[in-house]
Design a protein around this ligand. Structure first.
Ligand SMILES: Cc1cc2nc3c(=O)[nH]c(=O)nc-3n(C[C@H](O)[C@H](O)[C@H](O)COP(=O)(O)OP(=O)(O)OC[C@H]3O[C@@H](n4cnc5c(N)ncnc54)[C@H](O)[C@@H]3O)c2cc1C
Length: 216
């Protein structure tokens, strides 16, 4: 991991039960889709987080959920504006160009796509976003407004008007007209990424057109 720099938190807001958006001033360039390491102290082993904000914004935003037994996230959730954390320089290769493509995300796996979206890369993309409950469809209002029918929200544990009921895997497996000529970018749990990748490959998608990032 690259060296860590101290930054001062601007805000740390709970956006859904156990899910937070933390922001701090941007002092580096990054490519949407990249990650940074975050630690409470310089000696701690940093955890990785995708940047969720656009690459021209003055602030960097991180979307995270609290793992109750985790080392970092319970402490992170207790921080307020004015507190400090340590962050690494951005790195990572989960990046996307302006070509037409499909983005598939579950949970906090939406973060790299929200960075791409807020950086202006959402114009010819389809976004399929899943979570258990509709309040975990982070940034949904902005996606809906900008992407219209190219945005597909889905949740598994509740039925909500305008939201597909079921897993993103089920949505894709029911779709008869999957566009196999474009790249699919997948981000979220290992289970979702592996299942969706397998489905796409079974349907005839070339392996190299499936680009994935697993949050573990
Ligand atoms: C490329 C990448 C990008 C990521 N981006 C994001 C993001 O944008 N947002 C986000 O929320 N997360 C993201 N993550 C996950 C993030 O890095 C952390 O893993 C997560 O936030 C948990 O951190 P923690 O320190 O609180 O928990 P950890 O201390 O890492 O623990 C996580 C879980 O593992 C269990 N555990 C820990 N140690 C052990 C052990 N020895 N044996 C058994 N179980 C154990 C804990 O009980 C806990 O439930 C990303 C991960 C990767 C790899």
């Amino acid at each position: 991991m690259k060296s860590l720099t101290k930054v001062t938190i601007i805000s740390n807001l709970e956006v859904a039960p156990g899910a937070y958006v933390l922001s701090f001033p941007r002092s580096f360039e990054f490519v949407p889709g990249q990650v940074i390491g975050i630690a409470m102290n310089p000696a701690d082993k940093p955890r990785l987080y995708s940047i969720a904000s656009g690459n021209k914004e003055n602030v960097v935003r991180i979307l995270y959920t609290v793992k109750p037994e985790g080392k970092l996230t319970p402490d992170l959730a207790r921080l307020h504006a004015g507190d400090t954390i340590y962050v690494s320089e951005p790195f990572g290769g989960f990046i996307c160009d302006e070509q037409k493509a499909v983005w598939v995300a579950t949970g906090t796996g939406i973060a790299p796509f929200s960075s791409m979206f807020y950086s202006g890369l959402g114009k010819n993309k389809t976004l399929i976003q899943g979570n258990r409950f509709a309040n975990g469809l982070y940034f949904r209002d902005d996606f809906e407004k900008e992407m219209g029918p190219r945005y597909v929200p889905s949740c598994t544990r509740e039925q909500v008007a305008g939201v597909y009921h079921g897993r993103v895997l089920k949505y894709l497996s029911e779709k008869k007209d999957l566009d196999l000529s474009v790249k699919y970018y997948l981000c979220g749990s290992a289970e979702m990424v592996v299942d969706v990748r397998d489905l796409l490959i079974e349907r005839g998608m070339p392996f190299e057109n499936v680009v994935a990032e697993i949050f573990f």
